[in-house]
Design a protein around this ligand. Structure first.
Ligand code: FAD
Ligand code: DHB
Length: 389
């Protein structure tokens, strides 16, 4: 088949981009390796910045998010007994939206039929060809038959492990990476949250995060060494650890319940440059990963999609090839700022095995400074709520 844009991956970036292109009358097809239910079973992000909310509004797919999402105007940093509230609304005039990636993806997925966005699920062996030409193509196998999609552009929205980034020759690309010595063990349970706002805690036993999906569904994380196995973490052990790390006040309000999902995700900072080569553009986790502290991953995927859609619209509607050429630089400027923020907040809130008393004093001094300085709080708030696109 022939189309204008072949999109690889039907996670949030692929579906958002597909819908934006279809809304503008641009032909595209999305190729996804997994089934739809499998994509929805991956429990990930929970906090949306305005850029992500605004894309859903622009698509007219914001009704459920507005009805069921929880607008939050602040969050908390806990250090032992001390709780520092960052009042993002008072400091920036903006707020974030607590609405699960699963729900956002479901809203995008359910609208594909009525909007004529073609998504091919269970497309295996996806491979990219001739990306340095004006006539790139993708091959894949579906139901045992090899198929081919010819396009003017290919957009790689296929996550960290997908084939798109790897299609860019090593001679033109450069990777920047930081791997962290721990992962986040997450638990999802149908119990009310322990606090009405998120709490990021730095405790001597390690990091903990109290988050939520709704008034009746909680999401919690603790950091664990990469050597830990999920089988060794019974629900009780996770709840016990959370109660210690989140501090006595939050612990008193924790409602325990059986986990409906429990998994360990490694932490990584990663950026690949450039985010475009020839007729291939990269969006979201295919080009970069942030450690989850600060909730930036999904929102960065959304800002990439915003820039990519803008460039593709300029190309197809106004024959503007410069917009495509400028995509990588524009997207990377925002990516690096989010990388910086996620890395800084990770360093501030986790106990690194290689750190000693000096590094701990640095964390304490920084938390003291944040607690006492509105300027420091505003800097955190404007990054948390999302830098302008
Ligand atoms: P993905 O969601 O990874 O989607 C890529 C898609 O491509 C997948 O569906 C995959 O199946 C498909 N694919 C892969 N290979 C192929 C192939 N060969 N052929 C075809 N398709 C392929 N971000 C936030 O903003 N806020 C948060 O609060 C937050 N919390 C997080 C918590 C955890 C525990 C984790 C793990 C991540 C979190 N993130 C958060 C990050 C966020 O989930 C990701 O940044 C986001 O999913 C990126 O979207 P994406 O569409 O680029 O990639
Ligand atoms: C969630 C994940 C994050 O990485 C974060 O910073 C805040 C919330 C969550 O899954 O709810």
């Amino acid at each position: 088949m022939r189309t204008q844009v072949a999109i690889i991956g039907a996670g949030p970036s692929g579906l958002l981009l597909g819908h934006l292109l279809r809304q503008a009358g641009i032909d595209c097809v999305v190729l996804e390796r997994q089934t739809g239910p499998y994509v929805l079973s991956r429990i990930r992000a929970g906090v949306l910045e305005q850029v992500t909310v605004q894309l859903m509004e622009r698509l007219g797919l914001d009704a459920r998010m507005k009805a069921e999402g929880l607008p939050h105007d602040g969050f908390n940093l806990a250090d032992g007994e001390r709780l520092i509230r960052i009042d993002i609304k008072a400091l920036t005039g903006k707020e974030v939206m607590v609405y699960g990636q699963t729900e956002l993806t479901r809203d995008l997925m359910e609208a594909t039929g009525e909007r004529g966005l073609e998504v091919v699920y269970e497309a295996s062996d996806v491979a990219l060809f001739d990306i340095e030409s004006d006539a790139p193509y993708v091959t894949y196998t579906k139901d045992g038959v090899e198929r081919r999609v010819d396009a003017r552009f290919i957009v790689g929205c296929d996550g960290f492990h997908g084939p798109s980034r790897k299609a860019i020759p090593e001679s033109v690309g450069r990777s920047f990476e930081r791997v962290y010595p721990f992962g986040w063990l997450g638990i999802l349970a149908d119990v009310p949250p322990c606090n009405h706002e998120l709490i990021y805690a730095n405790h001597e036993r390690g990091f903990a995060l109290a988050s939520m999906r709704s008034e009746t569904r909680s999401r919690y994380y603790v950091d664990v060494p990469l050597t830990e196995k999920i089988e060794d973490w019974s629900d009780d052990r996770v709840w016990d650890e959370l109660a210690v790390r989140l501090g006595p006040e939050a612990a008193a309000n924790i409602t325990r319940g059986p986990s409906i999902e429990k998994s360990i995700a490694p932490l990584r900072s990663f950026v690949f440059e450039p985010m475009r080569h020839g007729s291939l553009m990269l969006c979201g986790d295919s080009a970069h990963i942030v450690p989850p502290t600060g909730a930036k991953g999904l929102n960065l995927a959304a800002s990439d999609v915003h820039y990519a859609a803008e460039a593709l619209l300029a190309f197809f509607k106004s024959n503007d090839a410069d917009a495509i050429a400028g995509y990588s630089e524009k997207a990377l400027a925002r990516v690096w700022k989010s990388e910086r923020f996620s890395w800084t907040l990770t360093k501030l809130m986790h106990r690194f095995p290689e750190d000693g008393p000096f590094e701990r004093r640095m964390q304490q001094a920084e938390l003291d400074y944040i607690a006492s300085s509105e300027a420091a709080q505003r800097s955190i708030a404007e990054n948390y709520v999302g830098l302008p696109v």
